[in-house]
Design a protein. Structure first.
Length: 468
């Protein structure tokens, strides 16, 4: 069976006109080790761990040409630092590359299993290495798990330069790392890998002999992007999923491996939904969610929400759209809509997926059933139109500020009445330019609490426009 996307890696027999590997096709489990130093039982993520910056994928904001961490590496000016970022973005790998480039002895500490005794033993060895001109780079994974005493044990050695400390954490270092230690470290924020980054990584894994380059693999076109999307920015998850898909692929008579969509779905434990976060379907689905809420249809809205979340959409993107909806389609008809949407965004930020799915569902249902008003939206759009076509309209003198004597002489602020000094808490003065004196932008509806605002606005306009 032929697929729309085919990865084939051929041996010398191909040059002789034979089917790829038809003479000496090896199964996945018999991959040769002659050009590699890894065991086939080693996880794919470890086999493909980058050895140089050139192989490292992602974090271009730190490692791109001219960026700060790249310059520090190129100039060999490495200081103690903290890598803060989500799992699977390359914190450990980057520390190993730094150690290699700086020709330092690399020590990998686990904050889960190491105690103060182990720390002191390693620090003693680091002092001895320093006497012989050998630098020691100590990498501490999950450094936030170290208690105060363990973190303090590093301080004297960091201060005198016996070690270069690189800590990795998924938690905010401002809250989890002692101030004394944190003040001696530069914090670098590592970002989740993009779908494009992960797709590049997966393509490399299929081609590289350390990965599956010694096998002929056929797969459907959407398989790699689907894995990348499912992995949610985590390279380790992406490689593990690819490895599982290949190991469970259908082995053909010629020894090649076919990976179909249903194979991937079995590996993921769920249906791999067709979804491109930057393509047409992305905009179709967010449009469907918005318009379902606008039509007061919570059932449809929750369905479209689930479609996006289960396909790997960023929950914060959806939450930002809900915040927009709260003002555009509800406005002052329900003044709690906007705070609730903002709270849903914060919940997504704190919880992440999958825990935040219910936070978003609650907000979507609430917004779907809230009273409707687009008065805030139309008010701004009408005001914007006038603002763009009447850019030179002067500010009325009565509401101008008069901080200087000259401005006082020019009658800036003449006639201004401080509203709080009046019984009505408003003054009979016009705040719009004369040419727009009778213009109306905010036209409240009778929906929800906006009915109250409408009544108050009518009284306010009647009073303000009554000549004293």
């Amino acid at each position: 069976m032929a697929f729309s996307l085919c990865y084939t890696y051929c041996t010398q027999s191909d040059k002789e006109g034979l089917h790829p590997k038809s003479m000496d096709q090896l199964s996945l489990f018999d991959m040769p080790n002659d050009n590699t130093s890894f065991s086939v039982s080693t996880p794919l993520a470890d086999r493909l761990r980058p050895q140089t910056l050139e192989d490292y994928i992602g974090q271009k904001h730190l490692l791109g040409k001219g960026k700060i961490l790249r310059q520090m590496l190129e100039r060999d000016l490495i200081a103690s630092m903290i890598f803060w970022g989500p799992p699977g973005v390359g914190k450990t790998t980057l520390a190993r590359i730094i150690a290699s480039r700086t020709k330092s002895r690399f020590i990998n500490f686990s904050a889960v299993t190491s105690g103060i005794k182990e720390i002191k033993d390693i620090m003693k060895q680091a002092d001895e290495n320093r006497a012989y001109g050998v630098r020691t780079l100590v990498f501490v994974d999950e450094i936030h798990r170290f208690n105060k005493a363990q973190q303090d044990a590093f301080l004297p050695y960091v201060e005198k330069g016996s070690i270069t400390l690189i800590g990795a954490t998924t938690e905010n270092p401002s809250f989890e790392i002692n101030a004394a230690l944190l003040s001696r470290c530069k914090v670098f924020v590592l970002k989740a890998l993009t779908t494009e980054d992960l797709t590049e990584l997966l393509t490399h894994a299929v081609a590289d002999k350390r990965g599956f380059g010694s096998s002929t693999i056929y797969m459907e076109e959407n398989v790699l992007p689907a894995i990348a999307s499912f992995s949610n920015g985590d390279a380790r998850t992406a490689l593990n999923t690819l490895e599982m898909a290949v190991l469970n692929g259908e082995i053909q008579p010629d020894g090649s491996i076919s990976i179909k969509q249903d194979t991937l779905e079995q590996c993921l434990g769920k249906k791999a939904l067709l979804y491109d976060k930057k393509g047409e379907e992305h905009y179709n689905l967010i449009s469907a969610l918005h318009k379902s809420m606008r039509n007061s249809d919570p059932d449809a809205a929750v369905y479209w929400l689930a479609r996006m979340l289960e396909a790997g959409e960023d929950p914060l993107f959806i939450a930002r759209r809900l915040i927009r909806f709260a003002s555009e389609d509800i406005g002052l008809a329900d003044s709690q809509a906007l705070p609730l949407a903002v709270a849903a965004y914060q919940a997504c930020h704190f919880n992440g997926m999958p825990e935040c799915n219910l936070n978003l569902a609650q907000a979507v249902i609430y917004l779907s059933l809230a009273p409707r008003s687009n008065a805030v939206y139309t008010a701004y759009e009408d005001a914007k139109k006038d603002a763009l076509t009447m850019l030179s309209e002067p500010v009325p003198l009565v509401i101008r500020n008069a901080p200087t004597t000259l401005m006082n002489e020019l009658h800036y602020g003449d006639g201004y009445v401080y509203a709080h000094d009046t019984a009505e808490k408003m003054a009979q003065m016009t705040c719009l330019p004369d040419s727009l004196k009778n213009r109306r932008y905010y036209l409240p509806t009778e929906e929800g609490k906006e009915k109250v605002f409408k009544e108050r606005l009518e009284k306010s306009r009647s009073f303000r426009l009554h000549e004293p």
